[in-house]
Design a binder for this molecule. Sequence first.
Ligand code: DLZ
Ligand code: SF4
Length: 518
Amino acid sequence: TGTLRLVLGDQLHPRLAALTDLDPGTDTVLMVEVADETTYVRHHKQKIALVLSAMRHFAQELRAGGVAVDYVALEDAGNTGSFTGELARAVARHRPGRVVVTEPGEWRVWTMMQGWRDEFGVPVEIRTDTRFLCPRDTFARWAEGRESLRMETFYRAMRRRTGLLMRDGAPVGGRWNFDHDNRRRLPADHRPPERLRFPPDAVTREVIALVARRFPDHFGDLDAFGWPVTRRDALRALAHFVEACLPQFGDYQDAMRADAPFLYHALIAPALNLGLLDAEEVCREAERAYEEGHAPLNAAEGFIRQILGWREYVRGLYWARMPDYAATNALGAERDLPWFYWSGETAMRCLADSVRATRRHAHAHHIQRLMVLGNFALLAGVRPAALEEWFLAVYADAYEWVELPNVHGMALWADGGILGSKPYAASGAYIDRMSDYCRGCAYDVRLKEGPAACPFNALYWSFLIHHADRLRPNPRLAMPYRTLDRMSAERRRAIVRDAARFLDGLSERPPEGEGRVE
Ligand code: DLZ
Ligand code: SF4
């Protein structure tokens, strides 16, 4: 009686914890395509295609290496449609001495796993996911007894732990953080580099056809699919990023441009979160590029902070605070998600372009996500769970461990300040400074009042007025509140009126006669 080793769809790493001591003579690897995982949120079509194609490629590679893989495809006869159902069937088929799994990326699946030992009557070993640089219990110990859990403190501890960009116990370059240098806007005549995309092979084409047939009314296009689905291609994507983009990644990491969804961004999160790459190797590549003089320090450090700092931090926070974390709603936001998040039909050019990129690529870069799509929902008072479901569904890289803290904590401040010291609220001026959106917009970003004014302006001030009790004491918001106090009462009334009128005009439903999506 060998060991049955379950590998989930976002655990496709060659040195996955559940596979380390695999004995090809006796053990079986189980992989299952199940309906529940494809529909627990209405994932973007490309996200489903990406996960299933990457799973099929991973199974092929294991088999080529002499490993017995029991692979259940989505449309196989008898497929029960859930992890628990498929594991039960597999235990009956193989009668293993034990089951080994790696801890999952979502609370939902974690609670499922807790019942497995009793349900199947075999020992179930849940192993620590060693793809992350900070294990869950290490983060929990770090977080214990701390009043605030700031990323920056965590990040410095992680730099020391890993030695990344460190020399003699001090940060290379004498500073921990070069963000200050990383806020340049893209010059109008600047041409960002061509990006390496990966045309679908036969396996991916078959999965794309399956997704088109099975999930026709899910959001998103399939025809622009270009994600790497194997470790080999993911490594090529990483090498291309380091070579062609990393040197300017820092400078332009916060810039936006219409019809340019990729710019200098790494585009590796989908592969990284699936397990095709791991955090350590990605950081070492960036460090090497700096050491070899290929990339400047502000770029390498900014990139490494995203992975070693931010990504590990949100994951630690997620596991330390779930399930209560998801339930908070510090600003009492109750609005349903505006329909344009699905349709893209809005005269606000920044939002329309960000939704369009999302539909076309299952991707938008972080300033589009945070300062356009997230910021709008924050100012409009969208119910956290509604926005979270949208983010979890539409992005190729989205799993709850990373999506939830970013949306709930960072974008919406729904945790009341555990993750971010202040809400990331901004008026149109921020978007204008960092993009070329406003020039071609139906609204005027310089106008503060009236129907032609950029809606972000009235929404921003109205948000501060509405939440003054809660936000005015925050020293980081002292400046905007001083500006607000200098406005006449009449002006403030006009702002509140404009914002309310705009929000009343939003629809949460498709226009008469239109389907749920598209
Ligand atoms: C996202 C996803 C999808 C669409 N389909 C599957 C699947 O059929 N089989 C599978 O093992 N995993 C899938 N996944 C990824 C899981 O949802 C993911 O492993 C859990 O949410 C835990 O992070
Ligand atoms: Fe967005 Fe306002 Fe600029 Fe239009 S004017 S693109 S709505 S920020």
